[in-house]
Design a protein around this ligand. Structure first.
Ligand SMILES: Nc1ncnc2c1ncn2[C@@H]1O[C@H](COP(=O)(O)OP(=O)(O)OP(=O)(O)O)[C@@H](O)[C@H]1O
Ligand SMILES: [Mg+2]
Length: 387
């Protein structure tokens, strides 16, 4: 029953005898009930008293009735659980009140034990709601902390190391430049991980801001490949880009597509041993093309996708470790890493592909992976052309 300090419960009832009976019953089990004789007074108390989280509210009262009190309470930001009390003939109204946001209702004349059970139930439910809100707030605070308190200092660290790497603080030899560049690459990996986490969250809550416009995919992809060429060279991996002339525009968010390709290339580098090869390609695909039949059945395509007139297909192929076929679907799930290639030991969080999938879907496209363990992997993105 009620815990210490006692829970305050407001009884809103214009008949003093009923209010008194309720008060005595509630006090007997440790609550701290108090009384308001009309709707105006009840509203004043409920809107001002931050310690009162539960009200027993009579429906029929002179002046502002219980339904109106409930409506005003629900349009305020006060979080008070309400149990309506209905007299003979107002049961339908009581049911209506549940739709407006009342927790429960009691029909008069009520059995006190039943009333106490309903109060306890409403109280437990409210505590669960408060706990859920607290956890949501904690999660929100954590994401804010990630973006401000971790990402910003990391960016400052990169800036400082870069100044040293460029020799602006004194001469640095080739080996030192390599070490400083590795430090910068590692910091960038952490920033990418934070960005993936934040953007997955933004997609989830519908707050991802995208600026989708027609772009020439080759322009974007060429830049990403150039960014990775030094790391590939350092790791002894051959990185190539293949495309034909006349690739049509696609409607994408430029930053998001850059990040998608960055994640795929980062993975390919991570899971391809020295001496391996990574190939990026960009092709125009016609509806009759056999490539369209390669879309696995578990990939959900937007309505009318296969009836589109033309597509652009982007691929990132490597000849590294590969992925077992039964894991090809789930590697796109959050925090999922293949059991076969030591993703966790390689420092990732398992977020990159989840971001890629959400972003590609937001462009109205599809992404999937093809691979066989030990045979390398290919990540394929299909996007409708801008016609
Ligand atoms: N090119 C690839 N070759 C082999 N395995 C891959 C490849 N790309 C992804 N995987 C597998 O899919 C998993 C999920 O990839 P994802 O990019 O989501 O996470 P991650 O790279 O482990 O971490 P993060 O991207 O968050 O840093 C990887 O851990 C790895 O097991
Ligand atoms: Mg990754």
């Amino acid at each position: 029953m009620a815990t210490q300090p006692p829970d305050k419960i407001l009884i809103v009832e214009d008949e003093p005898d009923i209010a008194l009976a309720l008060k005595i019953a509630l006090e007997s089990v440790g609550y701290e009930p108090f009384w308001a004789g009309d709707g105006e007074k009840a509203l004043q108390i409920l809107l001002d008293d931050n310690d009162c989280h539960l009200a027993l509210l009579d429906i029929r009262m002179p002046g502002i009735d219980g339904v109106e009190v409930l409506k005003r309470l629900r349009s305020s930001n006060r979080d008070v659980a309400v149990i309506m009390m209905s007299g003979h003939g107002s049961e339908e109204l009581a049911v209506e009140c549940i739709k407006i946001g009342a927790e429960d209702y009691l029909s008069k004349p009520f059995v006190l034990d039943d009333m106490l059970q309903r109060v306890e139930r409403a109280r437990s439910h409210r505590l669960a709601v408060i706990e859920k809100k607290r956890l949501e707030q904690e999660r929100e605070d954590f994401f804010m902390m990630l973006s401000h308190d971790m990402k910003n200092p990391m960016t400052a660290v990169i800036g400082s190391i870069d100044i040293m790497r460029e020799g602006r603080l004194g001469p640095v030899n080739e080996e030192q430049v390599d070490y400083l560049q590795s430090a910068i690459d590692s910091c960038n990996e952490v920033i990418l991980m934070i960005d993936n986490l934040l953007d997955i969250r933004r997609f989830e809550v519908g707050k991802m801001q995208l600026s989708i416009q027609p772009y020439q995919p080759v322009d974007i992809i060429r830049k990403v490949v150039a960014q990775f060429s030094r790391a590939a060279e350092r790791d002894g991996i051959r990185l190539s880009l293949e495309f034909k002339d006349g690739i049509p525009d696609i409607a994408v968010d430029r930053n998001a597509l850059t990040r998608i390709m960055g994640n795929l290339l980062g993975n390919a580098l991570k899971f391809t041993p020295e001496g391996g090869e990574i190939n990026v390609s960009c092709n125009r695909i016609e509806p009759s093309d056999a490539h369209l039949t390669r879309v696995p059945s578990y990939v959900s395509l937007p309505d009318g996708f296969l009836e589109r007139q033309c597509f652009v297909m982007l691929t990132v192929r490597d000849n590294g470790n590969g992925i077992p076929s039964d894991e090809l679907k789930c590697i796109f799930d959050r925090y999922m890493q293949s059991s076969s290639n030591g993703g966790r030991e390689r420092g990732g969080a398992g977020l990159g592909l989840s971001f890629c999938q959400l972003a590609v879907e937001s462009f109205g496209g599809a992404i999937w992976a093809e691979s066989e363990a030990g045979q390398g992997s290919e990540f394929i993105i299909l996007l409708p052309c801008v016609t």
